[in-house]
Write a protein that binds this ligand. Structure first.
Ligand code: DUC
Ligand code: ZN
Length: 457
């Protein structure tokens, strides 16, 4: 089956040009001036941008958190992703405490295989460190996992500085890379104890006990550990300029540091936590928390300058009923926001249209850089001959208002409720198949597991 997308503007990480694009089966066959003869169908995409399918390298589907399970599993989460132009997600596989990485991998395949609408891969969480786990790493690479996750916070997940160092040394030998959640655990616990002792148990205590200096401290510490281990690292969901400065210092020292931020840190701010209404505030609880509005410009500037390489979502959704668990105690609010469905339209609307972000920068942040960083390039992340025909058709002339009731994610609110888009996604192709047409997801869960190679960014 040959489909010709005619008259569009092809966006890549290094620019854009007017050209036709021919899909043959699952692949891109040709880009250029292509006559219609020989195509089984011709789709007029004039006036639209064609982006490589977006990659969301930070999702949490079907994850147990705080005694509950995320509202989105692989089925609902990946369907929402596809609707928003995300043709590949990389989710965080997480072994149960004390179990081997192999079991975590099996568990995540059980959750995802046959149920996922977009293509998918897994990062592996390292929440324990010993010789047995070290010995499992080569098998993880053989299974297509080249990236790992570690936490400097959350007592159940964190492994301590010594083990972060040892794990980075082991990953360095194998050519792997780790994304690290950076917040200082001990001081946060101290601040939580203080707030609780003072009877301050509402959602406003959440941002106050996780200030940005404690993120910056953890970023600084991680980067010094990475320097000692001589290993590149990824700072995931970076939120503020203090943390960014630590990255700049490390880069000046010659270290390879990659940075991810998320739409919530670019577009939302911590004023939401101080609303009287519990539910209105609790729905925004995530870690790291939203920051002061003044931080947003630092993140946009860093994205524009290429100091931030990727924008993923940290999609970790809970319904308002689930968020209710923390009515008496803010530490019991399950942390996380939905976002997988809205990232592309938000970054176009508020980045390209409003914050002077170039189309190629958007393409790098949402498609090309995650593909390179996580070993999917050039199969994914670029529109060129031979690559998977994962294509987002974006019409900049339309506009709509984001509303939870219009979204596919399995959650009864949207953090971006009322945001007006500049343009919108009209079609999404997944490996050559029309998978979304004007908001309608077509077909079933046909996502494939992606065996990923090593970082090439
Ligand atoms: N932060 C969240 O808010 N939720 C999931 C994991 C994380 O790091
Ligand atoms: Zn996360």
């Amino acid at each position: 089956m040959k489909t010709l997308l005619k008259g569009g503007t092809i966006v890549t990480g290094s620019g854009y040009r007017h050209a036709d694009l021919l899909i043959d089966g699952e692949k891109i066959a040709k880009i250029g001036r292509i006559p219609g003869a020989g195509a089984d169908q011709i789709v007029d995409v004039s006036g639209c941008y064609l982006f490589p399918g977006f990659i969301d390298a930070h999702t949490h589907f079907d994850l147990d958190v705080c005694g509950t399970t995320t509202a989105d599993n692989f089925e609902t989460g990946s369907r929402a992703a596809l609707r928003g132009g995300t043709t590949t997600v990389i989710d965080f596989a997480c072994p149960n405490k004390g179990e081997p990485l192999h079991r975590g991998l099996e568990l995540w395949h059980e959750k995802a295989d046959g149920k996922t609408y977009c293509d998918y891969g897994f990062h592996m969480t390292i929440d324990d460190w010993n010789d047995s786990i070290r010995s499992e790493l080569p098998d993880m690479f053989a299974a297509g996992i080249s990236s790992f996750k570690m936490y400097l916070t959350y007592p159940a997940m964190m492994i301590g500085d010594e083990n972060v160092y040892l794990a980075l040394r082991a990953l360095k030998k194998l050519g792997g890379i780790a994304g690290v959640h950076c917040e200082n655990a001990g001081v946060i616990d101290g601040m939580i104890a203080e707030r609780k002792a003072a009877g301050k148990l509402g959602p406003s205590s959440h941002p106050l006990t996780r200030p940005q200096i404690l993120e910056a401290e953890a970023v600084s510490r991680l980067l010094r550990i990475a320097q000692a281990a001589d290993c590149p690292v990824i700072v995931v969901h970076l939120t503020n300029h203090d943390a960014l400065r630590e990255v700049q210092y490390a880069r000046k020292r010659g270290q390879s540091v990659y940075v991810e931020t998320c739409p919530q840190y670019l577009l939302l701010d911590d004023s939401v936590y101080y609303q009287e209404d519990y539910s209105a505030a609790a729905r925004y609880v995530c870690a790291p928390p939203l920051r002061d509005k003044s931080e947003q410009k630092y993140l946009w500037n860093a994205l524009r300058r290429g100091e931030i390489q990727t924008v993923s979502t940290d999609h970790c959704s809970f319904t308002l009923a689930q968020k209710d668990a923390g009515r008496e105690d803010f530490t019991k609010i399950p942390g996380g926001l939905p976002g997988v469905e809205t990232r592309g339209e938000l970054i176009y609307s508020y980045g390209v249209a409003r914050h002077n972000i170039n189309l190629d920068t958007m393409c790098r942040a949402l498609s090309e850089n995650p593909a390179r960083l996580y070993g999917l390039y050039p199969r994914k992340g670029i529109l060129r001959r031979g690559s998977d025909a994962d294509i987002v058709v974006y019409d900049p002339r339309s506009s709509h208002v984001i509303r939870a009731e219009d979204c596919a994610a399995n959650v009864d609110y949207n953090p971006y409720e009322g945001f007006v888009t500049a343009g919108g996604i009209t079609q999404v192709y997944l490996r050559g198949r029309l998978a979304v047409l004007r908001g309608q997801v077509l077909g079933g869960p046909q996502g494939q597991y992606m065996v990923r190679g090593k970082c090439s960014l």
